[in-house]
Design a protein around this ligand. Structure first.
Ligand code: ZN
Length: 319
């Protein structure tokens, strides 16, 4: 392993699939997760515990978690909108749960019919639930500030609002906060500014991950800016699955394959075998033939003589 490394958190089975009209069968979800873990991805957000009526794509999340837990060394993450979701996540045995809190209160009310205060109450109830569990069975609890870089309903969000919400999530018992550019409004400068500001409030070790969308093509630039600010966990989606309906041609989340290529080419180890990762696209294509899959690296192929970061560092372990 080279000195410099980051973690990729694959969110395609959650953020990608929940934005696809078609439902991926459970067997394909299992194969996809198996294949990505085998390619070296160490954290996968495998689903969300939400209303089956609202998001039938996520109806089998408990079964998906059960399967993912059989993979050694894999961190199994899920998204929950409230205490009820967290109870289901705990019962299923997820390692990590993420509660989104939309920095835009208009978005929060429109999306999940909850004010900021109500979501903070859910965070407090979830952390009280987690407190009752033995330490070795307690999932890691992240409060994720969505629409942090701007909202399609409210436009820019005051930095003071975001800092106050980050503080309140930590007070409510979250282990850490994350920053999400849900709308693809962020740019490298706003990325740096907000990461610094939030870390100034919660501490550098309590903001380690970002969740980026590529709506305006700045996803990789934003990821690089975040990396240079010390962020170590990057959400991304295989094939940028779940493209943005309001921006045709734009992928949804940043594309895992391109993100891995960027870091590995820079000598920053991701632990991921890029060729094996690119092969995972076949599973998604097979299950969802009508969904667009994005990514430059899969189309162009690896450059002649390309060496992975770990190999460049001379460890030879291929890890
Ligand atoms: Zn997202």
């Amino acid at each position: 392993m080279s000195e410099k490394s980051i973690e990729i958190s694959e969110v395609g089975p959650r953020d990608g699939l929940q934005n696809c009209a078609a439902i991926m069968p459970l067997a394909h979800k299992r194969r996809w997760i198996d294949a990505e873990a085998a390619a070296g991805v160490r954290e996968i957000e495998v689903g969300s515990f939400v209303s089956k009526k609202l998001l039938p794509q996520m109806a089998d999340t408990a079964e998906v978690v059960a399967h993912a837990l059989t993979i050694p060394g894999l961190t199994v993450a899920v998204l929950v909108p409230n205490l009820r979701g967290a109870e289901a996540a705990v019962e299923a045995g997820a390692h990590k749960i993420t509660l989104p809190l939309s920095a835009s209160e208009t978005h929060s009310i429109r999306n999940i019919r909850r004010t900021h205060a109500q979501v903070i109450d859910e965070a407090r109830a979830i952390s009280a639930l987690l407190e009752t569990l033995p330490a070795d069975r307690r999932p890691h609890f992240e409060g994720s500030l969505s629409t942090a870089f701007g909202c399609t309903l409210e436009g820019p969000i005051e930095e003071a609002t975001i800092l106050r919400l980050a503080e309140r999530l930590m007070e409510a018992g979250c282990d850490e906060v994350g920053l999400s550019d849900t709308t693809g409004y962020g740019d490298p400068s706003s990325m740096r500014r907000l990461i610094r500001a939030v870390r100034g409030v919660v501490g550098a070790d309590r903001l380690t991950g970002v969740h980026l969308h590529n709506t305006r093509g700045l996803g990789l630039a934003n990821a690089l800016a975040a990396y240079e600010e010390g962020i170590t966990t990057f959400d991304a989606s295989l094939g940028g699955l779940g493209g943005c309906p309001t921006a045709p041609g734009a992928s949804g989340n940043i594309v895992t394959e391109d993100l891995v290529f960027m870091f590995e080419a820079m000598g920053v180890a991701t632990g991921v075998d890029l060729e094996a990762l690119i092969k995972c696209r076949e599973i998604v294509r097979d299950a969802l033939p009508d969904e667009a899959l994005y990514g430059f690296t899969p189309r162009a192929g690896l450059p002649l003589g390309f060496r992975r970061a770990a190999q460049a560092a001379g460890s030879g372990s291929g890890a």
